[in-house]
Ligand binder design. Structure first.
Ligand code: ADP
Ligand code: MG
Length: 335
């Protein structure tokens, strides 16, 4: 199958909202009057952003989800996306699965594929997403102020737990592993919450590289610091909380299996694991009811996990109020 047959069969659908979709030299977008375009681009590389074990359907979902997550963090409504795809070979069942996962998520968010590029090469997926937001209303990283609350959506840390199981350093019961794996392979971008937080949140970012690191970007951009409650953050693990073992490691009688996650490890996953695709955001204490109402409208849980300080730096406290050492740096691809 040639390049153009492939594009026609798997990636061309009739344009709906956009004036011009796949097939010409450019696509055309028509943002509504008074709106700004929000644009973001994310690349997924095999071995670094996903494992070869992931199903093509989940990979199609994830490739778009990580991009929609950036729109969510800005409070933007998805409009359209482009897809640049490098493929080692044309495998039709792979392409069909990938397109199925991709379009299922795209349709849920009414986000149209309007163009792209297709080439032979090591598997690599690059999506650029376009959204719209009322002029001046985008959520930015730079708006956090001292005494604001720090909030996070959904759950944290389970994706990293699954990664550790794949790496062989950890074991989980099969049902828990499947749930953690779904969290890693099929993140749910918080698109509705991002839009619901416009005019309420003072700053926002999506959690892709780990909570402490991504909150760190807000702190730097806003010129402030923060204090986080480590136990509240760790309690946001879904699978991780269920798999809690005694701190002395006596929970697993079978010494030949890798151990379950220790408390410190669960803490590290939740605080800095990465691949969560939740939103971390700040809002003044007067807006607490409004934040909770926004979460309710978006059917997304929101949890207050700390506060913004005038003093720079990030402090993570345990239940006794003592400072945890800063082992919880974020996942840096080049470290
Ligand atoms: P050009 O060489 O003019 O950039 P191409 O020959 O690369 O165009 O692509 C032909 C058309 O197919 C263009 O409209 C392009 O946007 C679209 N296209 C190419 N690859 C993809 C893809 N993976 N998904 C969606 N559209 C694609
Ligand atoms: Mg081209």
């Amino acid at each position: 199958m040639g390049e153009f047959d492939l594009i026609a069969r798997y990636f061309t659908r009739p344009a709906r909202r956009s004036p011009l979709g796949v097939g010409d030299d450019c696509a055309l977008l028509a943002p509504a009057a008074g709106m700004q375009l929000a644009v973001s681009c994310d690349m997924l590389v095999e071995g670094r952003h996903f494992l070869s074990t992931v199903s093509p359907e989940r990979l199609g979902h994830k490739a778009l989800a990580v991009n929609l997550s950036d729109l969510a963090a800005c409070g933007a409504k998805p409009l359209a996306f482009t897809l640049a795809l490098a493929l080692p070979a044309v495998q039709e069942d792979w392409l069909a699965g990938f397109a199925r996962g991709l379009f299922a998520l795209a349709d849920r968010h009414d986000c149209e594929l309007v163009g792209g590029d297709t080439t032979r090469g090591p598997l690599n997926i690059c999506i650029t997403v376009f959204g719209e937001v009322p002029a001046g209303a985008a959520l930015l990283r730079s708006g956090a102020r001292a005494s604001d609350d720090v909030w996070v959506s959904g759950s944290l840390g389970d994706a990293r737990l699954a990664l550790e199981v794949f790496r062989g350093g950890l074991s989980l019961p099969a049902d828990q592993f499947e749930r953690a794996r779904a969290r890693m392979e099929q993140p749910e971008p918080r698109v509705a919450l991002g839009q619901a937080l416009r005019g309420i949140a003072s700053a926002a970012a999506d959690v892709s590289d780990g909570l402490t690191g991504d909150l760190g970007h807000i702190l730097t951009a806003s010129g402030v610091g923060a204090t986080l409650d480590a136990d509240r953050v760790t309690a946001l693990m879904g699978v991780g909380a269920a798999s809690a073992e005694p701190a002395d490691g006596s929970g697993d009688p079978d010494a030949s299996r890798p151990p379950g996650p220790s408390r410190d490890f669960r803490r590290a996953c939740a605080l800095s694991g990465g691949d969560d695709y939740e939103l971390v955001f700040t809002a003044p204490p007067e807006a607490r009811d409004a934040v909770i109402e926004a979460g309710r409208r978006a059917s997304t849980e929101v949890t207050r996990i700390g506060r913004i300080d005038a003093e720079s730096g990030l402090r993570v406290l345990d239940a006794e109020g003592s400072l945890l050492d800063q082992r919880f740096g974020s996942f840096d691809h080049f470290a």
